[in-house]
Design a protein around this ligand. Structure first.
Ligand code: HC1
Ligand code: SF4
Length: 562
């Protein structure tokens, strides 16, 4: 057994990748801006410098732990160095902290406070590059950037998109999309993984909180809200709940108190997605064409495919995502029932995702220029609104959804985690083919970026791939194109682990959090009344009363552009 001594305490070395991880195991939270276990070590911020006996001062993130090492994490010299680094960052940083969207969640703010920094000894920078508001999904503010490079690496290494990079040198260095274009003008797929990893306010979701309040306060509007599956297991983290705890009842009550007229569930529409996508899949299987079928509910994946794999577009399911099915159905049905115009019905979505803002803005999801989904708020934007209204979330009674758009099966709730869409579609396919009730398909539950499974349905063995993270998707597509791999169904989610790890979720990046949120969704499935989409009684009624084949196609399907 090997040990290192860290701040006078012996700590066993058990395969930690570097000294920083060993120090964290010893319950010392060394500050860093640029270390994340899932991306490469960059060693740029120098905040994790420690003193190793006999070797001097070294960065803990890029130093392996070795037997007998004696480490001090905070000598006078190290403390002074860290203070200088943070003060230099602050001097070079637009300090409009109180109005920054990241205020309260900003690592620079937290570390400056933790280190007791009261004054900045360096001259403050006066001129900053302008904000970049070119994207409907993501806002950039280079004046807040600390040059940690986290966004550059996550975009390149995890998502294999690589639209961000460093430009300029010395004091003029910045992180920017290529050719200093706006982020909305390059191949960014809006996944928001850069937003989630950014420690400061340099990358944030495009904030639509004011638009939402304006709609709520406008008495001429009926404002309805849909809640995405993954929000229910994460929003509570902002109010002291553990990741994975389902707080949907409190959330419904909070939204009602805030003034939304009807509170609905995106999962209701996900049940439609299962039926439509399931039927499409069964038809393709029978004809043996356009296989593998790729899922279509992740808008970052759809844009990725449109940009890089246009030849795969015929294989992508033509189903709209649940968010967009919901918008189309709601605008069709409620405008008639309430006898109001499309403009006076405002559909707001609460999504774990920044790309859903982009999806809702796509021209194909509008009728005569009037959008099906008007405003998309991330989980984090909604948490800010709840706090702004002074609502004590943890004390709220559990509220119930409005009907019919509030009823859902468990199959529709598990959509929020990687593997959930495949499991939901397979439940429907096996119910339909085998005429048997509900199989859970636990073998599709994923704890990695790629899972390959073979499942017997109706005397056939189906081969499925479930992939999350666009870099993983790119690798898989290479194998499919070369003929090395064959599948019947491929589920792609842009964020590792699926929507539970979306770019609009609480800023808790640990793998364990994503697992806990996924478990919360699977547990919620068990608690619900029905587990297969076709058993949703409100869905059956809507199919028979409101949707003939033509209308179902018009409202529930789409097309792609390369
Ligand atoms: Fe998702 Fe979906 S599951 S894409 O991850 O198909 O965002 O949660 O709302 O639309 O239902 C996201 C989540 C979400 C859609 C559904
Ligand atoms: Fe890259 Fe995604 Fe960020 Fe766009 S949103 S810059 S694709 S990480």
């Amino acid at each position: 057994q090997q040990y290192a001594v860290i701040d006078n305490i012996e700590v066993q070395i058990e395969g930690e990748r570097n000294l920083l991880e060993l120090i964290r195991k010893a319950h010392i939270e060394l500050p860093t801006f640029c270390y994340h276990s899932e991306i490469s070590v960059y060693g740029a911020c120098r905040m994790c410098m420690v003193e190793v006996q006999g070797r001097g001062i070294v960065p803990a993130c890029s130093t392996p732990a070795s037997d007998g090492m004696v480490v001090s994490t905070s000598t006078k010299q190290i403390r002074d160095m860290r203070k200088i680094i943070v003060e230099l960052m602050l001097a070079n940083h637009d300090q409009s902290c109180t109005t920054c969207p990241k205020s309260g969640d900003c690592r620079l703010q937290k570390i400056a406070h933790q280190m007791g920094i009261k004054t900045v000894r360096f001259k403050k920078r006066e001129q900053f590059p302008p904000q970049d508001l070119s994207s409907v999904a993501i806002s950039r503010d280079p004046a807040k950037c600390v040059l940690c490079g986290d966004c550059v690496r996550v975009c390149k290494e995890i998502q294999s998109v690589g639209v961000l990079d460093f430009a300029g040198r010395g004091a003029k260095a910045i992180v920017t999309p290529f050719y200093k274009k706006g982020i909305g003008e390059v191949d960014c797929v809006n996944c928001g993984q850069c937003v989630k990893i950014c420690p400061v306010g340099a990358l944030t979701p495009n904030n639509q909180v004011s638009e939402a309040w304006d709609a709520i306060h406008d008495k001429s509007k009926t404002v309805v809200v849909q809640i995405a599956p993954a929000v229910r297991v994460a929003i509570g983290e902002n109010f002291g709940y553990q990741p994975g705890e389902v707080t949907i009842g409190q959330l419904v009550t909070a939204l009602r108190m805030m003034g939304f007229d009807k509170i609905y569930d995106t999962s209701f529409a996900a049940d439609f997605t299962v039926i439509e996508e399931g039927n499409e899949f069964l038809a393709r299987l029978e004809k043996g064409e356009k296989l593998p079928q790729f899922t279509s509910c992740c808008p970052a994946w759809v844009k990725f495919a449109e940009q890089y794999y246009p030849e795969l577009l015929p294989n992508i399911s033509t189903c709209r995502s649940p968010q967009q099915m919901f918008g189309a159905l709601c605008k069709e049905k409620l405008t008639k029932e309430l006898n109001i115009s499309r403009e006076d019905l405002v559909v707001v979505s609460i999504m774990p995702c920044t790309a859903k803002k982009f999806e809702a803005s796509r021209p194909e999801f509008a009728a005569d220029g009037s959008r099906d989904v008007d405003i998309v708020l991330t989980t984090q934007e909604l948490a800010l609104m709840i706090k702004e209204r002074g609502i004590d979330f943890g004390q709220l009674d559990v509220g119930a959804f409005d009907m019919p758009f509030g009823f859902k099966s468990g199959a529709a709730v598990i959509f929020g985690t990687s593997g959930g869409v495949s499991e939901a579609v397979l439940r429907y396919a096996s119910d339909t083919i085998n005429k048997e009730k509900f199989t859970a398909y636990k073998e599709l539950r994923v704890d990695a970026g790629l899972k390959i499974a073979e499942v017997a349905v109706g005397g056939k063995t189906l081969r499925l791939a479930i992939v999350s993270g666009l870099g993983n998707a790119r690798e898989l597509i290479k194998k499919i194109r070369s003929g090395e791999e064959h599948f019947d169904l491929v589920e792609v989610m842009a964020c590792c682990g699926g929507c539970v790890n979306g770019g609009g979720q609480p800023l808790n990046n640990e793998h364990i959090t994503v697992q806990a949120r996924a478990k919360g969704l699977y547990d919620n499935d068990v608690m619900l009344q029905v587990h297969s989409s076709e058993e949703n009684p409100y869905l059956q009624k809507m199919y028979s009363d409101d949707l003939d084949a033509h209308k179902a196609h018009k409202l529930l399907h789409t097309h792609y552009t390369s």
